[in-house]
Design a protein around this ligand. Structure first.
Ligand code: ZN
Length: 149
């Protein structure tokens, strides 16, 4: 006997939104925007995929408290320092190798379960977009909601 889960994707062209960022590890809390889209989908049980197409941004969850965000940025700087030479920066003029590496580590997408029409997140857990690029950017966030039956 197998285990079978039906996945049905509700597609809606408007399941995207734009966010302007300042770059340089700018953190934006996108929890409310994602919840808004989920409500519109009317899906009660399933999975919510949140993705930011791009190789210099990240999506994760954290307690979006200003001091913790500063701690997180400091940690990212220690983990992937800005002030050291990178091969990518010698080849390309953008000088954003650390932005790409941070993005690869954090990843620009996230999946959150949905129960009773809500994102299953802890009380102190917010969904954040981090822009690692070294310039302000306009980012498009793509949300896909999968219904599980
Ligand atoms: Zn680059």
């Amino acid at each position: 006997m197998g285990f079978l889960v039906w996945l049905k994707m509700k597609y809606n062209k408007k399941m995207r939104f734009k966010i302007s960022t300042k770059g340089f590890n700018d953190v934006v809390d996108i929890t409310d925007k994602v919840s808004e889209i989920l409500k519109k989908s009317k899906i009660k049980e399933g999975l919510c995929l949140i993705s930011c197409p791009g190789s210099t941004c990240g999506i994760t969850t954290i307690e979006a408290e200003p001091n913790l965000i500063e701690d997180f940025k400091e940690f990212l700087e220690k983990l992937v320092p800005s002030n050291r030479p990178y091969r990518h920066d010698q080849t390309w003029g953008e000088r954003n190798a650390p932005s790409h590496i941070r993005s690869a580590l954090i990843k620009p997408f996230l999946t959150v379960p949905i129960e009773e029409g809500n994102l299953v997140l802890g009380t102190w857990q917010q969904i954040i977009l981090i822009d690692f690029d070294n310039r302000p950017r306009e980012r498009e966030i793509v949300v896909k909601v999968l219904e599980t039956k």
